[in-house]
Design a protein around this ligand. Structure first.
Ligand code: XMP
Length: 318
């Protein structure tokens, strides 16, 4: 029968037999479970001949780039962190349309990843954290010609650099990937991380993206996510996040009227992300998060909770 330990042993052997003894492998890391587990498997098979590239698109959660990079280094992985936030903000300037933002982010990712990959001399392989559901369902419900894992789409790099593709998780479902990650001692904070979209906060800022809006949203999001952890709710929801809405609302502060941003909290339960119910979070928790956001994040004066299920709503707002 299938066990994660058997899978690890046989996959490590298979990788060692497939990848030549001097070959180098490039892998894009996202901080998510799949790419991290793929990295650990490859690391066990070929050690530092695995060259991980972790791009900061400036649209990650607060402090996520530094903390995940730190975890990777602690695991002994050969990973290069590339902070390309400014390139992404420049590419996004003035774009409000969701598909336009996805394309700008995807295009910039490919550019940056290409540049970094080409610095790895003697690379023969491109590894990907593709899992079975990605194989069977690579088209998003968001509209035509948009693939769900657009950040994993590496464009024409394999042809340009003459790279062969290796996908060690291609046959696994998500829960199996987690079991394999556990067997490989992937730290708990990565193993049980909620799904997070490739375009990141770029599609949770409705309207155009600016560094200032990213900062506001990162701070509100961190209060929500840290709160879920503190209240023991994090692992009871499939996914959670905050949406920064493109509207202002009137409020009062002392004797003054304010006219500031509104955010929506989104938390859902789901088994696969295809359908989802809004999470019935306790009122006292929602009150705690709302007060904390409004008191601590200057520029946000109203918090609402999204009570829509998928379908017909989607998990993300864009
Ligand atoms: P929706 O909003 O369609 O999201 O209910 C379903 C799942 O997919 C994630 N998502 C994305 N992931 N690139 C990604 O890598 C995207 O463009 C994208 N759009 C949505 C979403 O976070 C949820 O987990």
């Amino acid at each position: 029968s299938w066990t994660p330990e058997h899978f690890v042993d046989s996959m490590v052997l298979a990788l060692q037999n497939t990848i030549g003894p001097d070959d180098k492998v490039i892998l894009g890391l996202s901080g998510g479970v799949d790419s991290s587990v793929a990295a650990l498997l490859l690391h066990r098979a070929i050690g530092p001949r695995l060259h991980g590239i972790f791009v900061n698109n400036g649209l990650l959660r607060k402090d996520e780039f530094e903390s995940v990079l730190h975890s990777y280094k602690d695991l002994g992985l050969n990973v290069r962190g590339v902070d390309a936030s400014q390139e992404f903000y420049a590419a996004l300037a003035g774009i409000s349309d969701p598909e336009g933002k996805r394309k700008a982010i995807g295009r910039t990712f490919i550019e940056i990843f290409d540049q970094e990959a080409q610095k790895v001399e003697g690379a023969r392989w491109l590894a990907q954290g593709t899992i079975y559901p990605d194989v069977i369902e690579s088209v998003s419900v968001k509209g035509p010609a948009v693939t769900i894992k657009s950040h994993h789409n590496v464009g024409g790099l394999p042809e340009k650099m003459n790279l062969k593709i290796v996908e060690p998780l291609r046959a696994l479902f998500k829960d199996e990937v987690r079991q394999v990650g556990d067997a490989l001692e992937l730290p708990h904070n990565i193993l049980h991380r909620h799904p997070f979209p490739g375009p990141g906060l770029g599609i949770r800022i409705l309207g155009d993206v600016t560094p200032h809006k990213v900062d506001l949203l990162q701070r509100a999001d961190a209060i929500f996510i840290d709160g879920l952890r503190e209240f023991g709710l994090y692992e009871h929801v499939w996914q959670a996040g905050v949406m920064l809405l493109p509207i202002q609302s009137v409020g009062v502060m002392g004797d003054e009227r304010t006219y500031e941003q509104v955010v929506a909290l989104r938390a859902v339960t789901s088994v696969d992300g295809m359908t989802a119910d809004w999470a019935h979070l306790p009122y006292d928790f929602l009150a705690h998060v709302s007060n904390k956001i409004i008191n601590q994040v200057r520029g946000i004066n109203r918090v609402v909770y999204d009570i829509s299920s998928k379908p017909p709503a989607t998990i993300e707002w864009e």
